[in-house]
Write a protein that binds this ligand. Structure first.
Ligand code: SDX
Length: 379
């Protein structure tokens, strides 16, 4: 079989699409959303404005942003049937499994595939951005035996999520830090979950199924699930003195250290640097804890041992420290990553509709041919 290029495990460095949504320079540690540096968006934008930029391709003017915010606010509530369905989920279920199931369920109410209708596209974008946070918060309340807390229309996107999660309005600094975290996690070129979204989108299925595919992919510990693993790792290490022996054991056993390394970045992930400064800002405000000291020591030790191989902190390394400081349980870290990444998945969904070509790669067959069928009595 003639193949156009050598087989690359994990499709490493193989372009799967042409895209203008974001760009990563892994050598210099640069990330841009629609050409704008992530540092500028983190400092000056909001998650909703960033989502608009990613999905519609330009920064909204005042009226466009107001309309987008209003549309999202209007669609935050979820149908009672979805809440009733979530009440049947086991309390011990992982919130990412609950999110994947309920995201797919949205398709039962809204699917009516009309992908050639711009109004259908717009509605799907708004509904998914609006309802995913509500579903994450609802499952968290229900698994504790409570009713879901209804969205509060007086609160902005980030504040409302923290309110639905905790039943209390967060400190403005906490809401602002959380909003920046969402911006930092919104998009990152063709990562595994975005690729999963693109493949699903290329079959022209409904956007709810696209997001459900992506959520299932993000859940893995090598991808979005790493942020939860990082906090568990810091708890396991327990003290600054234990960092070196922990790292030496991991390296000796050829085990990966969560929150480090990246397929593209061969320097420190620029998002990790911004998250580190957010963590420091929160710790200044509310007092330091040992996790941060351990994290700094871990970064130093790993730079010494694996820096030459381009292993540095990635986005998942400091995010857990920030969320933990905001009082968010560690098994919600990845669902929060999903809340943000819905913006990037939707941007690539729209972009793939324009490509309109189903993904169907080939393979290099390594099996046998003309093998005879052996009847059961002869096996
Ligand atoms: C995200 O793609 C994206 O953009 C993802 C993401 C996004 O925004 O969407 O940035 C979000 O998923 C961040 C990554 C979160 N995952 C983790 O923190 C899990 C730990 N990291 C590793 O599993 C790993 O670094 C990956 C999965 C992130 C990248 O894996 P690659 O590119 O397949 O790298 P590799 O396994 O080929 O490793 C190359 C070498 C190997 O050593 P050798 O066998 O060549 O001697 O680097 C080593 C690896 O053992 N290595 C690590 C390591 N990561 C790579 N060694 C120790 N600890 C690590 N974390």
């Amino acid at each position: 079989i003639s193949t156009f290029c050598e087989y690359q495990p994990g499709l490493e460095n193989i372009p799967a699409t042409q895209s203008s949504i974001s760009c990563v320079d892994g050598i210099n540690g640069v990330l841009e959303y629609r050409g704008i540096r992530i540092e500028e968006l983190a400092a000056q934008s909001s998650f909703v404005e960033t989502a608009y930029l990613l999905i519609w391709g330009k920064l909204p003017n005042k009226a466009e942003l107001k309309q987008f915010q209003t549309d999202i606010l209007y669609h935050r509530r979820i149908k009672y049937r979805i809440r009733d369905m979530m009440k049947c989920f086991p309390e011990t279920g992982h919130p990412m499994d609950a999110l994947q199931t309920s995201a797919a369920a949205l398709g039962l109410f809204y699917s009516r595939r009309a992908l050639d209708n711009p109004e259908y596209i717009r509605k799907a974008v708004v509904r998914l951005l609006a309802k995913i946070p509500t579903m994450v918060a609802a499952f968290h309340q229900m698994r504790r035996g409570n009713d879901a807390i209804q969205p509060n229309d007086d609160l902005d996107y980030a504040t409302n999520f923290l309110y639905m999660l905790t039943e209390r309005k967060p400190h403005p600094i906490a809401a602002k830090v959380f909003d920046v975290c969402l911006t930092l996690h919104a998009e990152h070129t063709i990562n595994a979950s975005t690729f999963s979204a693109m493949v699903t989108a290329s079959t022209l299925t409904d956007p709810y199924g696209v997001i459900a595919s992506a959520v299932g992919t993000l859940a893995g510990p090598l991808h979005g699930g790493a942020n939860e693993e990082v906090l568990l790792m810091l708890e396991e290490i327990g003290s600054v003195e234990n960092v070196l022996p922990y790292v030496e054991a991991k390296i000796a056993n050829k085990q990966k250290i969560m929150g480090f390394g990246h397929r593209v970045y061969k320097v420190k992930d620029p998002r990790a640097s911004i998250l580190q400064s957010l963590a420091e800002q929160l710790f200044e405000e509310t007092g330091y804890d040992t996790y941060y000291e351990i994290a700094l020591e871990l970064e130093k030790v790993i730079e010494g041992k694996l820096g030459a191989k381009g292993i540095y902190p990635n986005v998942d390394f400091y995010s857990g420290l920030v969320y933990n400081k905001l009082g968010i349980p560690s098994d919600l870290f990845t669902p929060i990553f999903a809340i943000a990444r819905v913006a990037g998945w939707l941007a690539h969904w729209k972009e793939q509709l324009a490509v309109n070509r189903i993904f169907r790669p080939t393979q290099i067959y390594t099996g046998k041919h003309k093998v005879p069928y052996i009847p059961m009595k002869e096996r």
